[in-house]
Design a binder for this molecule. Structure first.
Ligand code: ADP
Ligand code: ZN
Length: 606
């Protein structure tokens, strides 16, 4: 069997995604390799398909038991003989897998790292060493590096594999790897002259938006309003906020479950499971929620507070749209987030040059007003090629949702001078009141309603002025000082601009364009394309069929079919098994097993 035959037969795919062929061929030829592709890029297939082509047993190291289970369920559903072996199994289950191994029943075996290299791994190793192991795939390989975002000490042991399974080639896979993490992976796993394949980091199907934090709840409702009935994740930086927002959303009739490290294992597991099985569509979470979230139809990820690095942001926002369909990633950030992180890093003794630099880069993203795709690609060392003249067509900047005021220098100087007038002793809220000419109690008490800067920006909204202040902080013209009650102060750069209006050539500020509620909302290119010709109601009906089957079988719906496959069915309306097989994502086994149920729904009531 060739690779392309395996793809068609077991997965129902007819072509390779970028770098998939190269990665699979490295496996077949037994050359060590490292593949870096963004989430949703199709890494799993790069070790799964060769496992069906190359004789012997392929071993997959995966850090999360829940993830393993889903992958194995999916594989088995596709007719691929796969099994898993981990500490969560009962003695009986393990014995059954061991027997299957001895009989050579499997082509793929998923194991946790400690099974393979930790204490007590000897028994297991002698079990697999007796088989001919064709290759070992290490998934989420960045877990091996301190420089990644998810270090796992167990991964460090994997270097031993080289000695134990001398004949097998080693292959590493990850979605996030800066050059430093890549080097770490190669060294720690002792990869032998590996073929390194690094894909483009850009995710064209993701629509990025950045909002300065204003009235958070309203901002959240705006996003949710665009995604009725769809799956999404809201990330918060504190457990308290997670609980509060989850309860609030639920009270509004938008059921949401919380997820954070403060919940018991049972609750966490239950909530995650509810999300994966589509019993609930929204999870409000801290970063504790993530790895192992294989639900591929996540249509939006909102950050109600900034993460601590762009690596984290990329990882977390990247959980949206894994099925390749359009999805939205919204970052709602304020300078308070960054102060909070600095404080937390300080308290935990992690405030190093590296973490400060990473935080600073995150802050720059949150306040910049250029194309988001270009910004992210640039950070990860990619040269970004915009697909069209109007830019990426998938970010707030390129979609024209931001306006740039005509005289940014004048505007900046108004704000800077107000900060100076109040003696650099007040926070953003107070400065905003003064600028807007709002004679609040506090403003009047300080006599700030008599300042020359009082009312300089009367026509601007609070959110707008706050947004400018955030941008000036991001540009390094203002800074915040003091932890408990941060006050705004001028930096040397800010002072220079106050003295000389030519001090910052090319200065740009931006504000959110007031949404025109009568206009149709802007859609990204990906969204327009992926819905083209799709019968929406049929798509929803097919989702219901999928859900019913998934419930009956006790597996998450995406294990049955991905949304992308259902949309294609709702576009092509196959009338026979033969036509159904032409739909991407429908393999032979699935067509036989599930085809009739979906064909019947497409045919409609007789
Ligand atoms: P990753 O592990 O890189 O995050 P996955 O392996 O989960 O990505 O793949 C993401 C999605 O893309 C899955 O739905 C998968 O079935 C699909 N996919 C992968 N390779 C192909 C391909 N060659 N053609 C069509 N769909 C693919
Ligand atoms: Zn853009």
């Amino acid at each position: 069997m060739t690779l392309i035959e395996a793809l068609a037969r077991y997965w129902g795919y007819t072509s390779f995604r970028p770098l998939q062929r190269e990665a699979m061929e490295a496996v077949l030829s037994g050359r060590d390799s490292l593949l870096v592709l963004p989430t949703g890029g199709g890494k799993s297939l790069c070790f799964q398909a060769p496992a069906m082509v190359k004789p012997g047993l392929a071993i997959v190291v995966s850090p999360l038991i829940s993830l393993m289970k889903d992958q194995v369920d999916t594989l088995v559903g596709n007719g691929v003989p796969a099994a898993l072996y981990n500490s969560a199994q009962t003695g009986e289950e393990k014995a059954s897998v061991a027997a299957g191994l001895r009989e050579g029943r499997y082509r793929l075996l998923y194991v946790s790292p400690e099974r393979l290299a930790g204490e007590g791994s000897d028994g297991f190793l002698s079990l697999v060493a007796a088989r001919s192991v064709s290759f070992v795939a290490v998934d989420e390989a960045h877990c091996i590096s301190h420089w990644g975002h998810d270090f796992r000490p167990e991964y460090r042991q994997l270097g031993r594999l080289r000695q134990v399974l001398a004949g097998a080639s080693l292959h590493a896979y990850t979605a996030t790897a800066t050059a430093r993490v890549r080097r770490d992976i190669v060294e720690q796993l002792a990869l032998d002259r590996p073929l390194e394949l690094v894909g483009s980091f850009d995710r064209p199907n993701l629509l990025y938006r950045v909002l300065p934090r204003g009235v958070l709840k309203q901002q959240l409702l705006d996003v949710l309003g665009r995604h009725r009935g769809e799956a999404g994740i809201v990330y918060c930086t504190s457990r308290r906020e997670v609980d509060a927002l989850a309860a609030w959303l639920t009270s509004l009739g938008t059921p949401a479950l919380p997820y954070h490290a403060g919940l018991s294992d049972v609750e966490r597991h239950r909530n995650q499971d509810a999300f994966l099985s589509e019993r609930i569509d929204i999870v409000v979470a801290t970063v504790a929620f993530g790895m192992g979230i294989d639900r591929s139809d996540v249509r939006f990820v909102v950050h109600a507070g900034s993460p601590r690095s762009l690596e984290h942001y990329q990882q977390e926002s990247g959980r949206a749209g894994r099925d390749g369909l359009e999805a939205e990633c919204v970052l709602i950030a304020s300078s308070a987030d960054f102060m909070k992180w600095r404080l937390m890093l300080e308290q935990s003794g992690e405030l190093t040059e590296a973490t400060v630099a990473m935080l600073r880069q995150m802050e720059r993203y949150a306040t910049a007003v250029g194309c988001r795709h270009r910004h992210l690609a640039g950070h990860f060392g990619d040269e970004y090629q915009a697909p069209g003249a109007s830019g990426c067509a998938a970010c707030d900047v390129c979609l024209g949702e931001l306006e740039t005021p005509a005289e940014p220098v004048v505007l900046a100087r108004k704000i800077l001078s107000c900060v100076a007038r109040v003696g650099q002793r007040f926070g953003a809220a107070h400065v905003t009141s003064v600028l807007r000419g709002h004679a609040s109690e506090q403003v009047v008490a300080r006599g700030h309603d008599a300042l020359s800067t009082f009312g300089l920006l009367t026509t601007s909204s609070v959110a707008e002025v706050r947004g400018y202040i955030e941008q000036l902080i991001g540009l390094g013209l203002l800074r915040q000082a003091g932890d408990q009650y941060p006050v705004l102060a001028l930096t040397a750069g800010g002072l220079a601009l106050l003295k000389d209006e030519r001090a910052c050539p090319g200065l740009t500020l931006a504000r959110q364009r007031t949404p025109d509620t009568s206009a149709p909302r802007t859609r990204s290119r990906a969204e327009a394309e992926s819905w083209e010709g799709v019968d929406h109601t049929l798509f929803e009906r097919l989702r219901a069929v999928r859900l019913a089957i998934a419930r009956a079988r006790g597996v998450p719906p995406y294990v049955i079919f991905h949304d992308a496959t259902l949309r294609e069915m709702a576009r092509r309306r196959p009338a026979s098994l033969g036509e159904l097989l032409e739909v991407r994502g429908v393999g032979t086994r699935k067509a036989q097993d599930l085809g009739e149920a979906f064909l019947a729904e497409i045919r409609g009531p007789a």
